[in-house]
Design a protein around this ligand. Structure first.
Ligand code: FDA
Length: 548
């Protein structure tokens, strides 16, 4: 154990040294990063700015744009990172001036759009293809993602499917023309696809309904199958991303079905994501390893920590559900290392792709893979477009295969992605922020997270009053409970409900029919309807009971 930890520390220091050697210069990206750091210093200002960024794509008129900017940023008590209260006054003044306002709006819009383009490689395939080609020239592989998730209509889902079909057609024609690079094109002596795409299942189905896993799975698979069939025929790799917890069970269910599907069970180029921040993930991994035993080809698992931490904690607390994610950063980091170990043991049946910008996490994978005697290219390292550029160079300097997750598309469907990246870059616990922006000492950053984990769950039971939790229909147990309750009710459909006056049941001539709103012909119950006489009897009964 000690030897392994020593080796992790050694590799970690070496990665830091390589990253420090990377010239930073004052590129546009650097300037944007500094501006973002500046803007995010105050958490309340950060929240308001993100809210504004979220509505931005809909604001085409400059006056509308500025009116919203003022509304979001000129709220009482909000402090601008510089200028303090003068910031709000200046913003109001500039925005109110009808001559200068359009130019000012254009500058602010340009700055925010630059910030978005640091993380998004273009608005269409042509622009994205040029970006990934340049990445290839710098020695980095790619996975392309069409921005979009949680679609709201079948038309939108169909359009999303078409974009993936076009992406696969286009890139499998274009990429073979590029120069060969054995570092990117082979792994463990075997060729690997140059074209790699990542997609989100909630984009492929307008009704991703966790309460109906079978129906949703059928709809998603029907939309996904043509994409997989084309990818298989054209020699591309498809990775299914993991989204918010509500669709996790569904995603695992669908991917497991496809991995074992006769059409794909011998296809080695289908992968999925597991999120180490979920308390359930280690169990999910064990179940998945079990399920893929019968597969004829390896499966690639991209291990991430998880991008929906804020969302999951807020939603769970709002609904009185157990928080599904770890609530201390080091618990997630420690789970990530445990899962790494669990995955490496199963190589080559399972191929590990590590997606992290954390030197400690990456060093831990490198040291563990070495300890298992695996070749350097057995594991793939993955990072996001626009993030951790120094670290990317450090990983390349260590001769590892590095793949860049490169999203492209329109800003409106990409807003959720952009906000996740902004949150990630500006979170206090973010490794990138602590290391390359705040220069926390290396020794601290390289600490073994397992040493920090004391005891079990960190979730404190809440005191005081709280509402009974809603059902969470993404869980089979909740669905079964609901089904059983419905079954019980069904046996009483049409039942008559009497009045109860003074402890005595009585039916009346008149009835109130209670109908199933989803099927108005069905009478759920017939309720006796009181008239004047019954009301009088009830009042008398109440009077008589009053002394007691
Ligand atoms: P770092 O070490 O700074 O970890 C940050 C992470 O720690 C947070 O994102 C969160 O998961 C966790 N965390 C933060 N605060 C915490 C707290 N208080 N308690 C517990 N945990 C806390 N994500 C996803 O959900 N699905 C996906 O499909 C993908 N796909 C993907 C592909 C590629 C190539 C990359 C590089 C990344 C993703 N991601 C993702 C995003 C990924 O989840 C995100 O980038 C990482 O969580 C960041 O982790 P690092 O190790 O880089 O940083």
């Amino acid at each position: 154990m000690m030897a392994l930890e020593d080796r992790i520390q050694e590799i970690g220091r070496s990665l830091f040294a390589s990253a420090a050697g990377v010239k930073r210069g004052l590129s546009r990206r650097e300037v944007d990063a500094r501006l973002m750091e500046w803007a995010m210093r105050d958490p309340q200002f950060r929240t308001q700015l993100f809210r504004f960024v979220d509505v931005l794509p809909m604001l085409s008129d400059p006056h509308d744009f500025l009116a919203h900017l003022v509304e979001y940023l000129c709220v009482p008590g909000l402090r601008f990172p510089i200028l303090g209260t003068l910031g709000q006054q200046s913003l109001r003044l500039i925005s109110a001036n009808r001559t200068t306002a359009p130019a000012f709006a254009a500058v602010v819009r340009g700055q925010i759009s630059n910030m978005a383009h640091n993380f998004i490689a273009g608005s269409n395939l042509r622009e994205a293809a040029a970006v990934v080609r340049r990445l290839g020239e710098q020695g980095m592989a790619f996975t392309l993602d069409v921005l979009g998730e949680v679609t709201l209509s079948d038309v939108e889902a169909k359009a999303y499917q078409q974009q993936y079909l076009d992406l696969l057609e286009g890139m499998t024609t274009e990429a073979p023309r590029w120069n060969d690079n054995p570092m990117l094109d082979t792994a463990d002596g075997q060729p690997i696809p140059r074209v790699n795409v990542s997609l989100k299942l909630t984009a492929l189905c307008a009704q991703c309904e966790p309460a109906d896993p079978e129906g949703t799975a059928e709809a998603v698979k029907a939309c996904l199958r043509p994409i997989l069939t084309l990818a298989k025929a054209r020699g591309a790799f498809v990775n299914i991303d993991m989204e918010h917890y509500a669709v996790k069970h569904l995603t695992l269910h669908i991917v497991r079905d496809l991995l074992l599907d006769p059409e794909f069970r011998d296809w080695p180029h289908l992968g999925l994501v597991l999120q180490a921040y979920l308390r359930e993930s280690e169990g999910d991994l064990a179940a998945l390893l079990d399920a893929v035993q019968g597969r004829a080809a390896p499966v690639t698992i991209r291990l991430v920590k998880g991008a929906y931490w804020d969302y999951e904690t807020i939603i769970a607390r709002q609904r009185n559900w157990p928080v599904p994610v770890y609530t201390r950063k080091y618990e997630t980091d420690a789970a990530f290392e445990r899962m790494t170990e669990q995955l490496l043991v199963h190589y080559p049946k399972v191929k590990l792709a590590v997606a992290s910008h954390n030197v400690r996490s990456i060093a831990s994978v490198m040291a563990r893979a070495e300890a298992h005697g695996l070749p350097d290219d057995a594991v793939e390292y993955q990072m996001l477009y626009g993030m951790g550029d120094q670290l990317k160079q450090a990983v390349l300097a260590h001769h590892r295969r590095l793949r860049i997750y490169t999203p492209y598309g329109e800003l409106i469907p990409g807003m959720a992605y952009l906000v996740r990246r902004l949150l990630e870059n500006t979170a206090n616990d973010s490794f990138l922020r602590q290391s390359f922006a705040e220069h926390v000492p290396e020794q601290r950053l390289l600490r073994n997270p397992a040493d920090l984990v004391i005891g079990g769950s960190t979730e404190k039971p809440r005191k005081g009053f709280h509402n009974i939790a809603e059902h969470d229909f993404s869980h089979a147990s909740d669905r079964q409970q609901m089904q059983a309750a419905l079954q019980r009710r069904r046996q009483r459909v049409g039942q008559a409900y009497p009045l109860v006056i003074g402890g005595r049941e009585m039916m009346t001539e008149r009835e109130i029919l209670s109908r199933n709103p989803a099927c108005p012909d069905e009478v759920i119950g017939r309720v006796a309807s009181a008239g004047r006489a019954e009301a009088q009897m009830a009042v008398e009964a109440a009077k008589a009971a009053f002394p007691g």
